[in-house]
Write a protein that binds this ligand. Structure first.
Ligand code: COA
Ligand code: MG
Length: 289
């Protein structure tokens, strides 16, 4: 999972277009990209799309439901679960308790529709509320359904009253850097994918590429997109390069050749156990895609 493309769940046109986007995951959105008056239509359109594509694309269709505080979540789940989505994105999660609550509901729907218990994954947005960001560490003990953790800047801005998430140079202000960092740490502690947030300025390709590169450098293994044009850039940046893989193989081989060594030298540079773990991680990522 490298690229996750948001698609407004009430737009048949965008849903059809999204299938050609080469995204690893599509997030069919019932939440913030859908007006309140369009929620019933979005449920219908999304359920029909899931039904039509359940077989071919089941592995990669997630649905973003409305958060647990809205009173809309149960109607969302009732509409989409028969379509066997691969996962549910949970927005505005206030702590891991919200994940537990969603997991309990999913279990009931799975039983009802003959879906294997636990098959539906959960991808929580963990920094969209102040409480959620304060409780980010609770996700370290992750529910087995959790496939990754991700974060959002827009809702957090609205929650705390920050007029912008970035300074004049485009760099995240400290609050948003903190949210991003907590997501990385919680995902790493939980042993799940760290998924970087969206880049709303979708015509700015250079800025987007830079943000992808920074996310990949820092340990994120995937990024969310809001426009199909962002998908190939994410896929390119988050696919380990041939050179990086070759170097990782050299490190693994050097340790294997050295037997039970704690440290080896390659081309006059020291490599110890953390380098080995990093190399193994990269090779594992290349394998799972
Ligand atoms: N998924 C699928 N198709 C999309 C798409 C998306 N996220 N975003 C744009 N497209 C399609 C458009 O429908 C258009 O196709 P068409 O001309 O055949 O109708 C084509 O890609 C080019 O789109 P473009 O004209 O460049 O953008 P736009 O002005 O139509 O749309 C947005 C801009 C931001 C409204 C749109 O990209 C969008 O809806 N993004 C998703 C928003 C979302 O889900 N937000 C919630 C998470 S933050
Ligand atoms: Mg939102």
């Amino acid at each position: 999972m490298r690229s996750l493309l948001f698609v407004p769940g009430d737009s048949e046109r965008k849903l059809e277009k999204a299938l050609q986007a080469d995204a690893d995951v599509l997030i069919l959105d019932l939440e913030d990209s859908v007006a309140m008056s369009a929620k019933p239509k979005a449920r219908e359109v999304t359920a029909a799309f899931l039904r039509d594509h359940a077989k071919a694309d089941a592995m990669r269709l997630y649905v973003r439901v409305n958060d647990l505080g809205t009173g809309l979540t149960d109607d969302d789940l009732a509409a989409v679960m028969r379509g066997r989505p691969a996962g549910i994105m949970l927005p505005k999660a206030n702590s891991a308790d919200d994940v537990t609550l969603l997991a309990a509901r999913l279990r009931v729907h799975e039983a009802e529709h003959g879906i294997e218990d636990g098959a539906t994954r959960i991808l929580p947005l963990i920094t969209e509320t102040a409480a959620g960001l304060l409780a980010a560490a609770t996700h370290a003990n992750s529910n087995p359904r959790v496939s990754g953790l991700t974060w959002g800047a827009e809702d957090l801005s609205a929650a705390v009253g920050a007029r912008s998430a970035r300074d004049a140079s485009g760099t995240y202000t400290p609050l948003f850097q903190h949210a991003r960092t907590m997501t990385l740490l919680a995902a790493s502690a939980a042993g799940v994918a760290a998924v970087d947030t969206v880049y709303p300025d979708f015509r700015n390709e250079a800025g987007f590429r830079r943000q992808c590169e920074e996310a990949e450098r820092d340990g994120f293994s995937a990024k969310m997109a809001i426009h199909p044009a962002q998908v190939p850039i994410i896929n390119e940046v988050f696919t380990p390069s041939a050179e990086a893989l070759a170097q990782a193989r050299r490190v693994v081989e050097a340790f294997a050749a050295a037997g039970d060594a704690g440290v080896v030298a390659i081309d006059g540079k020291m490599y110890d156990r953390p380098h080995l773990r990093l190399a193994e991680r990269l090779l594992a990522r290349a394998k799972t895609g």
